[in-house]
Design a protein around this ligand. Sequence first.
Ligand SMILES: Cc1ncc(COP(=O)(O)O)c(C=O)c1O
Length: 412
Amino acid sequence: MIDTKEIIKDFPILDREIGGHKLVYLDNAATSQKPRAVIDAISHYYEHYNANVHRGIHTMSEEATAAYEEVREKIAAFIGADNTCEIIYTRNTTEAINLVAYSWGRQNVLPGDEIVLTPMEHHSNLVPWQQLAAEREAKLVFLELTEDGQVNMESARSLIGPKTRLVALTAMSNVLGTIVPVREIADIAHAAGAVVLVDGAQSVPHLPTSVKEMGCDFLAFSFHKMLGPTGTGILWGKKELLEAMPPFMFGGDMISSVAREKSRFNELPWKFEAGTPNIADVIASGAAIDYLSKLGMENVRRHEVEITRYALEKLGSLKDIVIYGPKDAEKRGGVIAFNIDGLHPHDLGQILSDSGIAIRAGHHCCQPLMKDLKVMGTARASFYIYNTTAEVDLLAAALEEADKVLGHVAVR
Ligand SMILES: Cc1ncc(COP(=O)(O)O)c(C=O)c1O
């Protein structure tokens, strides 16, 4: 198991006090905190070898290029990819999905084709497909969910078929916490001749990841949710698919030669990386991978199962609380969305903030799911490697305090 006491020491921000209370940071599904090693990697780059990559032959440019490219190897190993040419740097998950929607989508999706999604997709894995479908006269098809927020596999078997061109699905819901059986769905999709894109924004930071075991064709994720800085994300794609795709953006770095009238494009992965990249943050993302790899993703997962199990029980004992998603901690990630009858989630978030507890309240960029759940929004607590069961106790106590202030919550 991981040692949270030791881990906390690596995160300077966790010393912070809010309104006289020690910070309890439970908004990790939005973005995680950063360890000293990641913060230092950024300043180390700017203080010692700040230079543009790929272009210079001077020492610092070579050092920057080596550090920038070395991170690709770390990422490939982290997600079980065979080849660094399949690792494309993007700004975030959203950009990675848009890249596929523009480049692969506009080349492959035809009128009458179907794009299959789950009803719990983040807007980032919904809106790009809505746009593509509208442009191509394709249709969006939604799988069904069970009562406790798991994918109804019967619906996957019946809705994925010969018209399906793409199945785009989250591996872990940022609201329900649901862990989706990606492999099973990918097998159904491939048997129907469809391509599978996985939104790994929530799963890659929290679960061991192997693109081979997942059986997907594309995987998108963001580093800021996994200890890294904002502004860096990854698109992984199968080499043969990426090779057949046109570039998404055009300009410097993505070309191999340019004449006045015509250009030849660079090889993978640089074909998809136009312009000066986010060098410092990519290098710091490598430090984030080092940190997580040292802990071991199996251990990260075990820690989160324990804390989630504890939180489901503790919060579940509060009166008038509704917790969304699977009841079994093994079937979900460390994301707990909830509502307390009669309390607006924003009021709840504000009261908790007064006690130094940071949670999220709102629609979590999942408005269609909110509609299905028949709520305007939810409160959401989400955990990571530095969270403890003691913090869950503080959360539960603060919710009881909200009862006193707002007159609704009581322990059963
Ligand atoms: C499941 C899921 N997909 C996609 C995203 C979008 O990530 P980003 O804003 O880093 O592009 C998020 C962010 O919350 C998410 O939770």
